[in-house]
Design a protein around this ligand. Sequence first.
Ligand code: NAD
Ligand code: UDP
Ligand code: UDP
Length: 322
Amino acid sequence: MMLRKRVLVTGGAGFLGSHLCERLLREGADVLCVDNFFTGTKDNVAHLLDSPNFELLRHDVTFPLYVEVDEIYNLACPASPIHYQHDPVQTTKTSVHGAINMLGLAKRLKAKVFQASTSEVYGDPEVHPQTEDYRGNVNPIGPRACYDEGKRCAETLFFDYYRQHNLRIRVARIFNTYGPRMHPNDGRVVSNFVVQALRGEPITIFGEGMQTRAFCYVDDLIEGFLRLMAAPDDLTGPVNLGNPGEFTIRQLAEMVIELTGSKSKLVFHPLPADDPQQRRPNIKLAQDRLGWEPKIPLVQGLEKTITYFDGLLARLPNHVFQ
Ligand code: NAD
Ligand code: UDP
Ligand code: UDP
């Protein structure tokens, strides 16, 4: 009998987590998906439930978890500003207590543990593009702090467990990622613009739309996750994973309008507090050590994302997504 690698994915019913579960199953792993369904849904993994190598468990990572696995990917945490600011105390708890519990689990099992960190640890960066040694410019008391500081503290915990308990850790700093199964109403820019364009509603630009982001297609990112997990143990990270192609938000809006053939007009809203002005990853470390770089250009990834949302809206034309 072949022994399958047992892999735990927390936040596995979310956008990135569901793609990761799918990919791990394809690689022949036995996957345990743990999620409290705060922002993720059973629908995201419904197509995996028939697989004998997939298991779904409703659980909140702020509570201890006793299972037996070989590898842990810790993705549990709401990721969009609307969702993580909905209950900011719970957001910090999810990052901090969630990290402690997953690290405690990894320590008991001597399992490898991966942390989904974020480019938000750089805050509103004064260094551009961002390299892993940049320490960031985060407002510790602003509305984004529950997420940014929670993720920073999780990184601290990962490195202290690494130094204190010799844990095998992998920390990825993920930059803006998009693709099918993004939540249609979580306020992130790609899903907002695509849904607005498909419905013929105004495209909501915050500020002048001159702020920049670099957008990575989900399949490229997941490939980076697997390469980092498989890398030699001295590659603890943090490693930036993202697409270095940088666009203004206005350019993104224009691309979405063109690709959907929409008649939507641009409308301008105030810029939210602490919204970073620019962001783009320096991915030299991932290129050198993982031989990884994104392959899917923004136009191509947007086409796939538009096809997904078009299907979703056709199935649920009048649905109000919560
Ligand atoms: P998502 O909201 O779709 O997924 C997060 C998942 O975690 C959801 O399924 C949610 O129900 C679950 N969850 C939240 N709190 C939980 C808890 N206490 N216990 C158990 N499950 C819980 O977001 P995503 O975009 O898939 O993000 C996944 C991870 O990647 C997050 O940790 C996020 O911070 C990180 N990340 C994502 C991006 C991006 O652009 N998508 C960028 C940087 C970092
Ligand atoms: N933990 C867990 N699953 C395990 C082992 C530990 O959820 O299999 C949790 C445990 O509840 C503890 C946390 O992980 O709160 C940290 O564990 P560690 O062993 O590092 O610390 P300690 O138990 O000594 O506080
Ligand atoms: N944004 C926008 N319109 C929207 C949603 C977002 O102009 O409908 C802007 C937002 O202000 C930010 C950028 O798009 O400057 C990316 O926002 P998102 O929430 O997707 O990601 P993050 O700010 O966390 O990088």
